[in-house]
Design a binder for this molecule. Structure first.
Ligand code: B3K
Ligand code: ZN
Length: 908
């Protein structure tokens, strides 16, 4: 397998197109025969040289026969290697000048889905056959032009044993279903929409289905089906509701109607990611479709809703209009993540959704952007495209679309998206085409804006301010800077929309800018979108009656880092008065960040000084908790301390032990100071309320469980026996009697993380296993809470769990729940120090070993798993060396997949 770098600049349209694809997939134990007939025609734009050869992609295929226009070819007529089947069209057909040149190719290959552990191409999962073709999996099914700009009309015949595979599905509409001899059955499907091969899907299995109907805005009735194993039929309602909500929402908000008469979802256990948007036949990881109160947490319910929506929205943003090449991946992913975020925000709480998205961006995407794997949202080169399904492509890509939405406003943005869909329906296009539609619909110039797609790295804004009370002017200077990344040292300035507001003692102040420069659009006179374009911008606000507190980047209007020093009083004013929920939360985060930074500089025995730092925050939290008008979701968000991951992101040369200690001091101070308020609040909940996965209840549960975690922390640290028994009993009662997984799991986690509850925790862990061992998705939660447990010997425990029957080292969900969670989320254990306080390499070596062993079976998951090691740049020298040495031990193996090879080499 070649480790060749592919460059965007080398893009050439193909010399041949595939008008129509007829597949016949004959599924038999041990060996599947795939016969394909491809109706090819020359691309009239291709020159004579390009027409000479037809290179079809193919991997791990056994070629049986090739026919050209019905004539069998022999081995001298073509070339075959482990990546291509190359046909010398010039030699075989001549006639290369003819722009009408067309021919049929019939190719028969044999494959072994039973042995396919990469979960790419056609494979088996829990006794069923299924496919995953994005990005380049179709070439593991048959020889093909496996690139997204080749769009073809597919006819798919599936033949299999009738009894064992009663369900046989592919894209589009079913056009034939007949019994054959020997107990076999043939089902034929036709997809009238031309599509690239990455959207092809096939499923055969013993599945049951839940059905519903949806009436589209033009009055067509669509059949909706969710296929699952019989045991899971009671877990489909939420996905079905989410699907119907998504279909209605896309009609209302984007004017997009579903196009086929049937929409199917199939749930499979073994799946490399969340789900896949194959045309008319979405394939889902069971974890993103099944949900039931007793077995699924609130976060799980929300994930199902979000992923169902995401995949459904791809039908327009991805399928009807697709990507010209894989460098354009964010064209469909960034836009679709933006769309699903808007949807989730409309279905639930806007503030909570925004806070969750920004937290993910800050704690994970910013790290990616600041490390050795930084890449642009539209990269110029890659080795293995599977490595580019990243937070940068998805989440930063979505932020870029969101900035366009902010700059244009909802109505004009809608005009732009209408123009984009109308102009490019049925085409494979580029990021430029998307932005051009937005520019044409609005008359705006987005030339500079394209830097967001071209340049890697997170822009940083540094602010300074001055208030002139004589002139009643408020001056703000903003400098933008972006650190060099591997793709470029010098960064051109970005075009950045800033949502700002000025807060006075009594409320928001009117905004007026001197000379109206730079561009200002004032929605009402207390809020403005200011557009930065220069490296340095000076703003002068006039008629400002008092020294204001500037609220900057409200709603997180751009994916940037901000350096702006503000004291507690200024931040507290924002915490108390901001009307934008995100800005309010962000001010609170800043307070917490300042306190943690201050605590880091205080010696362990300076308890008085520590208390002085913590007190104002704890005090503000007591006030917040007593405010009966406050939204419980908001309180829970504000009470949650910045994650260690985010704290690390904000620092260089991290001393993790010191950082964690500072964070814990603050957490304990809050827990102690708020104890009685939290306990009253906790007791005020009706724990038996009938479960609904809707925003108001989710908010209540999240505050209740945040309170429980603090209460447990307080009694774990304190020595009052009476309180301790009270709270431990309450926690255990919640564990035992919870009527939903959110509460049960939160109680289990609270027990696991309190040293004083060790005995009860171990009993609960055992009971949990007994209760849920037959529910594989619940077992993932069970593995995960143990992997992230704050305890001295988490690694040893993880090693033991690898041999537990609940674990399966071929199932991506299990790998993510145990190894992924341990290395990515249990930072204190992954980066543990030994008894002498020196950095230990044990966990790094453990991860390297896991990656190497997994790489032989599933390279995509192996490559994902190693990412925590690529974050070495954040740590101090000693740790950096150990992490790099673990990476090096992976790189030393000769036989590595392209996936793992690319990541280790780029990160070393
Ligand atoms: N488009 C798929 C991701 C495919 C990943 C392939 N390695 C799911 C999604 O983003 O909707
Ligand atoms: Zn997607």
């Amino acid at each position: 397998m070649s480790n060749k770098t592919i460059y965007l600049n080398d893009y050439r349209a193909p010399a041949y197109w595939i008008e129509r694809t007829d597949l016949y997939v004959d599924l038999r134990d041990g060996q599947t025969k795939v016969s394909s007939r491809l109706s090819m025609h020359v691309n009239p734009d291709a020159d004579r040289d390009e027409r000479q050869q037809l290179q079809l992609h193919g991997r791990e295929l056994a070629l049986e026969s090739v026919e050209l226009d019905g004539q069998p070819l022999n081995e001298d007529d073509y070339e075959l290697d482990d990546e291509y089947l190359t046909l010398p069209v010039g030699r075989l057909l001549g006639d290369l000048e003819n722009d009408e040149l067309c021919f049929d190719l019939t190719i028969v290959t044999l494959i072994e889905p039973e042995k396919n552990t990469s979960l790419e191409g056609l494979y088996r999962s829990s006794g069923m056959y299924c496919t995953q073709c994005e990005a380049e999996g179709f070439r593991k099914i048959t020889y093909y032009l496996d690139r997204p700009d080749v769009m073809s009309e597919f006819f798919t015949s599936i033949e299999a044993d009738a009894d064992r595979y009663p369900v046989m599905l592919s894209n589009g509409n079913k056009i034939e279903d007949k019994q054959l001899d020997n107990g076999r059955r043939l089902v034929r499907w036709h997809d009238p929409f031309k599509k690239p091969a990455y959207l092809f899907a096939l499923v055969a299995g013993d599945l049951e289905c839940v059905e519903d109907r949806f009436l589209t805005m033009s009055g067509r009735e669509i059949l909706l089906q969710i296929f699952v194993e019989a045991k899971d039929l009671d877990k489909c309602q939420h996905a079905m509701d989410s699907l119907k909500h998504s279909m209605r929402w896309d009609e209302e908000v984007y004017g997009r109607e579903y196009d086929l008469d049937i929409f199917m979802i199939v749930a499979v256990d073994d799946f490399n990611m969340g789900a896949m948007e194959n045309k008319g036949l979405n394939i889902f990881n069971t974890s993103c479709v099944l949900a039931k109160a007793e077995t699924t947490t609130d976060a799980g319910f929300q994930r199902v809703e979000g992923v169902v929506a995401h995949e459904y929205f791809h039908n327009w943003s991805g399928n009807r209009v697709t990507c010209r090449d894989w460098f354009q991946l964010s064209l469909k992913e960034g836009f679709t993540v933006f769309r699903d975020a808007q949807f989730s925000s409309d279905m639930g709480s806007e503030t909570v959704k925004r806070v969750e998205d920004v937290s993910l961006l800050r704690s994970a995407q910013f790290v990616e952007d600041g490390g050795p794997l930084a890449h642009a949202v539209r990269p110029d080169s890659f080795i293995e495209i599977s490595n580019f399904y990243t937070l940068t492509i998805y989440e930063k890509g979505a932020e870029i679309v969101r900035m366009l939405h902010t700059l244009l406003g909802a109505d004009t943005f809608r005009k732009g998206s209408d123009l984009y869909f109308d102009r490019h329906d049925g085409q494979a296009v580029t990021v430029e085409d998307f932005v051009a539609a937005m520019a044409d619909a609005s008359g705006r110039d987005f030339t500079q804006f394209m830097n967001w797609y071209r340049q890697a790295g997170t822009p940083e804004l540094t602010l300074s301010e001055e208030y002139d009370d004589q002139a009643r002017e408020y001056h703000v200077t903003i400098e933008q800077y972006c650190r060099p990344t591997s793709e470029s040292d010098e960064k051109a300035p970005y075009h950045i929309p800033l949502n700002v507001c000025l807060w006075g003692e009594a409320g928001a102040l009117a905004i007026r800018l001197k000379d109206q420069a730079p561009d200002v659009e004032t929605a009402d006179n207390t809020q403005a979108i200011i557009e930065l374009r220069e490296q340095r911008t000076e703003l002068c606000f006039v008629d400002v009656p008092e020294r204001p507190v500037l609220s900057f980047l409200r709603g997180f209007s751009a994916p940037v880092k901000v350096h702006f020093e503000r004291d507690n009083d200024q931040l507290l004013r924002l915490v108390r008065s901001e009307s934008d929920g995100f800005a309010r939360w962000d001010a609170c985060q800043q307070l917490l960040l300042n306190a943690i930074a201050a605590l880091e500089t205080v010696a362990a025995n300076e308890t008085e000084e520590q208390a002085q730092i913590c007190e104002p925050i704890a005090e503000a939290f007591v006030e917040l908790l007593q405010d009966e008008t406050a939204d419980p979701a908001m309180i829970a968000l504000m009470l949650t301390l910045p994650s260690l991951t985010y704290l690390i992101e904000l620092r260089d040369n991290v001393d993790l032990d010191k950082l964690d200690r500072a964070r814990e001091i603050l957490r304990i101070a809050i827990a102690n100071r708020c104890f009685s308020t939290l306990w009253r609040l906790y007791q005020s909940y009706d724990h038996g309320v009938a479960y609904q996965p809707e925003a108001e209840q989710i908010a209540m549960r999240s505050l209740k469980n945040t309170a429980l975690a603090y209460l447990m922390l307080a009694v774990d640290q304190g020595d009052e026996q009476e309180n301790r028994t009270l709270i431990l009993d309450a926690c255990e009662a919640q564990y035992r009697y919870a009527n939903n997984m959110t509460d049960q799991l939160a109680a289990l986690q609270a027990l696991l993380n309190a040293d004083c509850a060790a005995e009860r925790a171990n009993m609960a862990l055992g009971a949990f296993y007994e209760q849920w061992q037959s529910e594989t998705l619940v077992m993932n939660l069970w593995l995960q809470v143990q992997a992230v447990r704050r305890s001295g010997n988490a690694l040893a425990h993880v090693r033991d769990l690898k041999n537990h029957p609940a674990y399966d080292n071929n199932n991506p969900n299990k790998i993510r729940s145990l190894i992924g969670a341990f290395c990515g989320q249990n930072l204190m254990a992954f980066h543990a120090s030994n008894s002498q306080g020196e950095a230990s390499s044990e966990a790094y070596e453990f991860l390297a070993g896991e990656v190497l062993s997994l790489d032989r079976r599933n390279p995509q998951i192996a490559a994902r798993l190693l990412v925590p090691l690529t974050r070495w740049h954040k740590f101090n020298g000693e740790r950096q060396a150990l992490m790099k040495s673990a990476l090096q031990s992976i790189a030393n193996r000769k036989e590595l997949s392209k996936d793992v090879r690319e990541l280790v080499e780029k990160s070393l």
